[in-house]
Design a protein around this ligand. Structure first.
Ligand code: ZN
Length: 96
């Protein structure tokens, strides 16, 4: 089962908007993509054990609100840009 933290995060509108962006821009491959669509639709509690494991590993664990280079905190509203920039904050991306 997914932890309370993972489920609670899906009540964050900015996180859901971020998930919608990564779906729209085809960042994820199936089955993670289809499972993330279920999460966006508010169906996280309906995921099977296997789907929950895929979601945790390929979505929840993959996207952290952090720059891979300097470690600065990145809010969800800026995370799509960071992912598109190779998990870098704007400052590190501009300096790379
Ligand atoms: Zn950075």
């Amino acid at each position: 089962m997914l932890s309370k933290n993972i489920i609670a995060l899906t009540y964050d509108n900015d996180y859901i908007k971020f998930l919608q962006e990564i779906i729209k821009h085809e960042v994820l491959l199936d089955p993670a993509r289809g499972i993330t669509k279920m999460v966006i639709a508010g169906r996280i509690n309906q995921l099977s054990e296997k789907q929950a494991r895929v979601y945790k590993r390929y979505v929840y664990d993959r996207f952290k609100q952090q720059c891979d280079n300097c470690g600065v905190f990145i809010p969800w509203c800026d995370m799509f840009n960071a992912v598109a920039s190779g998990n870098l904050c704007e400052k590190c991306f501009n300096n790379s």
